[in-house]
Design a protein around this ligand. Structure first.
Ligand code: ATP
Length: 227
């Protein structure tokens, strides 16, 4: 099944001048597939991820999630889809420093309001165990290392059991040892949990180990390299 699909997406910016930022972008990510997006600075990677994650609705073309058209839905509907289907991991973890590790992971599920606090706490501990960071649960998020913070950010991205994880340089701020730990976690999530991953990276070693590399140049996809 296609978890996400872009059909002929074009994006223009109008300030200061008209600028064609994404040119006829078409591709899809299958269930359980681990895909990386590479390309020089300014080629449009973040702009594309912003559209695919349904945050930016100002584009031409169609976006489908789990084979349903999402282009044209209201902001409320999109926000629901985002919360239920997409987990985000960024270069900077954006954890709330004054909250505990456990509370940070619980937050997106509390926001969704589907389960009791006890159930959410149980789920959050399960995710923290999966990321092998449950021993840090009661610590303040500001009091753990950079690599640990990124693992907590991944646990948080997983809390609502999304079908896809999208990442904008999630290992960009980590040393090589921690970057490799985070990569291995992504690989395991793809192989064992059948989770789809779409990760923007500048790290060629990282990209070479994913299932497919989407290479961008000047707003276009110029190749799909399958490993
Ligand atoms: N809000 C905006 N208004 C005008 N132009 C923009 C805006 N946002 C991005 N751009 C332009 O669109 C192009 C793509 O930007 P984008 O941030 O997607 O690149 P990127 O590939 O993610 O780069 P990087 O690797 O440096 O993060 C760039 O030329 C950028 O200057």
């Amino acid at each position: 099944m296609k978890i996400i699909e872009a059909r002929s997406i074009n994006k223009y910016f109008y300030a200061p001048d008209r600028f064609h930022a994404l040119k006829d972008i078409s591709f899809s990510v299958e269930k359980g597939e681990f895909v990386s997006i590479m390309g020089k600075s300014g080629c449009g990677k973040s702009t594309l991820l912003y559209i695919l994650s349904t945050m930016d609705t100002d584009y031409e073309g169609d976006l489908l999630m789990e084979e349903q058209l999402v282009t044209g839905l209201s902001h409320e509907q999109l926000s629901k889809i985002r919360n239920e289907h997409i987990g985000f991991v960024f270069q900077f973890h954006y954890l709330l420093p004054e909250f505990s590790v456990l509370e940070n992971v619980m937050l997106p599920a509390l926001k969704l309001g589907r389960k009791t606090k006890e159930e959410i706490e149980h789920d959050a501990m399960t995710k923290l165990r999966l990321l092998d960071i449950d021993s840090q649960a009661t610590k303040l998020a500001s009091r753990i290392s950079g690599g640990q913070k990124q693992r907590v950010a991944i646990a948080r991205a997983l809390i609502n059991n999304p079908s896809i994880i999208m990442g904008d340089e999630p290992t960009g701020n980590l040393d090589s040892k921690n970057a490799s730990i985070v990569f291995d976690i992504f690989r395991e999530l793809s192989d064992e949990e059948d989770l789809s991953l779409l990760i923007v990276t500048h790290d060629e070693d990282f990209a070479n180990k994913t299932d497919r590399i989407i290479e961008m140049e000047d707003g276009r996809i110029i190749s799909h390299k399958r490993e």
